[in-house]
Ligand binder design. Structure first.
Ligand code: M6R
Length: 619
């Protein structure tokens, strides 16, 4: 939540700092869009120069056209997802105290106490935010130390809660400082210029060379130096990495929305996640899994922790891993996990699934699991993020940057990575013979082309979606791996189209939800392959008959050639044949397209749905 960007360059004062800040904010806007603001410093300015505006970035850009800012040498910029204080101009960041300007991502939990203390000392507050106390603390610390880095180290030690803070001072126009505690911050390395960002998207247009900051570290960037210390001032050596995608990957590429583009990226997301993960003999080699093989062999339980869409990928993982490896798998919403005193120990493998690698609930679950002695493996899409850094091992998905707030290609990437993990464990623990693993991998490699077929034949889904603009409720039913797909289909529709939607296990229908069925109620049903497990298919076909008999309008997703569903389907969307466990990689796609098209038909912003932020970095 909240996007942060910082820039300093060696050029004489110019327009580049503002341009870099605005470009960074444009790429980070998916992290929050309640307001946006920038602060600039430059030789001879004397004061920090700021502009900020409630609402999306376009409002700030319009404000800057009306009230331009002067040339500068350094800039910080912020796009906000509101926590403390309404999303208005005053509460927008940056917050200024004297010659200091501050932006912040996170929550300062002891802000009320600090505010009272500062007010007694004569500070006057303009906003309702927790961030403004940081500006005042920093102003006072600077007055004592005369050094912005030292001042920030001092202030960081007084803050409780979560924070990434960036600050500039009018008297140090060639410096931007940052501190992080439980919120993300990465450094971009340029030539004669350096960058800071909540994630690499902030500076990807300028550099792909980056540094990962650790927990409780302070960074100072000048045009030609980057210095990182801990909060006590000891110098630390951050890990350097190269971003494996470029700015073009984070553009719409001719599509009407990022979401539409990302749905169409999915054949690549799956193919790239599979790429390079076998040796010459065809055996799976997951180099990144640096957990000793003996430990993986002794695992007697797997617990997947994740939130939202990532948790649904975890549900799919459960079906696959239990079937292939015969290890019990639990899936737990990360925010519930640590508060219920879960039974996990050194024989438990905890798998944390997160696109962003920054979801606070998931991060806290990771920490709790490690405290209990469990090994944690992250499935993550974002290099340089916190969850992989704090885990014992990581299996990266290679879905590329996901900009739309609603997750699509990352979901398919997570499911693919979960299959790889399952097959790897099955290979390692001897549950499957090498030729069985190779056969399944071969089937997985055929999936991207099949996703492309679903995309190419999606016009019917779009037509149906457009015709359903006025519906107020849609239900989704699935069994086995179709159940998490139903949950994901419902979540996509809620997030994007603001329509009441619920996903159910089809077998649960008769235990209550069937009471919701009335004349015309649209119900998506995800039908398993007729070639799959005994009776699974016929049970779901019976479920379709049950709801149709009660007036439901049935929208059926079924495997090509499945004529059994035809008599009971008002609409049918066929997907190519795949083994039962791999079906979510295909059956999810029509549901994503449906939600995207319906929301678009309602005139909604599918990339930035109301009230949401992509990276949920508060608990
Ligand atoms: O970055 P993460 O994968 O950890 O995010 C988890 C959820 O917040 C995320 O999947 C959310 O549910 C999306 N809005 C779904 O579209």
């Amino acid at each position: 939540m909240c996007g942060i960007v910082g820039y300093v360059g060696e050029h004489a004062a110019g327009t580049k700092p503002l341009e870099v800040a605005l470009e960074g904010l444009r790429r980070l806007e998916y992290r929050g869009y309640d307001s946006a603001g920038v602060a600039l410093v430059g030789a001879g300015l004397g004061q920090v120069a700021t502009r900020k505006k409630a609402g999306k970035l376009v409002n700030l850009v319009a404000e800057l056209e009306e009230n331009p800012l002067p040339p500068a040498t350094a800039a910080i910029g912020h796009t906000r997802w509101a926590t403390h204080g309404a999303p208005n101009d005053v509460n927008a960041h940056p917050h200024v105290a004297g010659k200091v300007a501050v932006i912040h991502n996170g929550i300062v939990e002891n802000f009320a106490q600090l505010k009272a203390e500062l007010a007694d000392d004569g500070a006057r507050f303009r906003s309702e935010t927790d961030t403004e106390v940081v500006a005042h603390l920093l102003e006072r610390a600077y007055a004592r130390t005369g050094d912005l880095t030292a001042a920030l180290r001092e202030v960081a030690q007084r803050l409780e809660g979560t924070f990434t803070i960036l600050a500039v001072h009018a008297d140090e126009p060639q410096k931007v400082v940052g501190a992080r505690h439980d919120s993300p911050l990465v450094v971009g390395l340029g030539e004669g210029e350096n960058f800071l960002g909540s994630d690499v998207a902030a500076f990807i247009a300028h550099t792909r060379e980056a540094l990962e900051l650790g927990q409780d570290q302070v960074v100072t960037i000048t045009p030609d130096s980057v210095t990182v210390t801990d909060f006590d001032g000891s110098v630390v050596e951050p890990r350097r990495f190269t971003v494996d995608w470029d700015a073009a990957a984070a553009e719409k590429g001719g599509f009407a929305s990022f979401m539409d583009k990302e749905i169409h990226d999915q054949p690549h997301a799956v193919a790239d996640t599979l790429l390079g993960r076998t040796d010459l003999s065809g055996a799976l080699v997951l180099d990144e899994i640096r957990i000793p093989e003996a430990v993986l062999r002794s695992v007697d339980k797997i617990v997947v922790v994740a939130c939202g869409t990532a948790a649904y990928a975890g549900h799919v993982a459960k079906y696959a891993i239990e079937h292939w490896c015969r290890i019990p798998v639990e899936v737990e919403l990360a925010h519930e996990f640590r508060y219920r005193d879960p039974v996990v120990n050194e024989k438990t493998l905890v798998v944390a699934v997160s696109q962003s690698g920054e979801t606070m609930d998931t991060l806290m679950a990771v920490r709790h699991a490690r405290e209990q002695g469990s090994k944690v493996l992250a499935i993550c899409n974002t290099h340089g993020s916190t969850i992989p850094r704090e885990s014992d091992a990581v299996l990266y998905t290679h879905a590329g940057p996901e900009v739309a707030v609603a997750s699509t290609k990352a979901f398919l990437g997570q499911i693919t990575a979960a299959y790889l993990l399952g097959l790897y464990l099955a290979q390692l623990r001897g549950n499957k013979f090498p030729d069985e693993v190779a056969e399944l991998l071969g089937q997985l490699r055929e999936v991207p082309a099949k996703i492309q077929q679903v995309l190419d034949g999606a016009e019917h889904v779009r037509e149906v979606a457009r015709s359903m603009r006025e519906v107020s409720s849609v239900l989704f039913l699935g069994r086995h791996v179709g159940f998490p797909v139903a949950l994901e289909g419902a979540l996509k529709l809620k997030e994007l189209a603001y329509i009441h939607a619920e996903g159910f296990a089809a077998g649960e229908l008769k235990h209550g939800p069937i009471a919701l069925i009335e004349e015309g109620q649209p119900v998506f049903v995800i039908v398993p392959s007729p070639r799959g497990r005994d009776s699974l298919h016929s049970k779901v076909v019976s479920n379709i008959q049950e709801i149709r008999a009660r007036g439901a309008r049935t929208l059926v997703i079924a495997e090509e050639g499945d004529s059994d569903v035809l008599p009971y389907a008002d609409e049918v969307f066929f997907v190519p044949q795949v083994p039962t466990l791999l079906a979510p990689l295909l059956t999810t796609v029509p549901l994503q397209i449906f939600a995207c098209e319906l929301a678009t038909a309602k005139g909604l912003d599918v990339d930035q749905p109301r009230n949401l932020a992509k990276s949920v970095t508060v608990e």
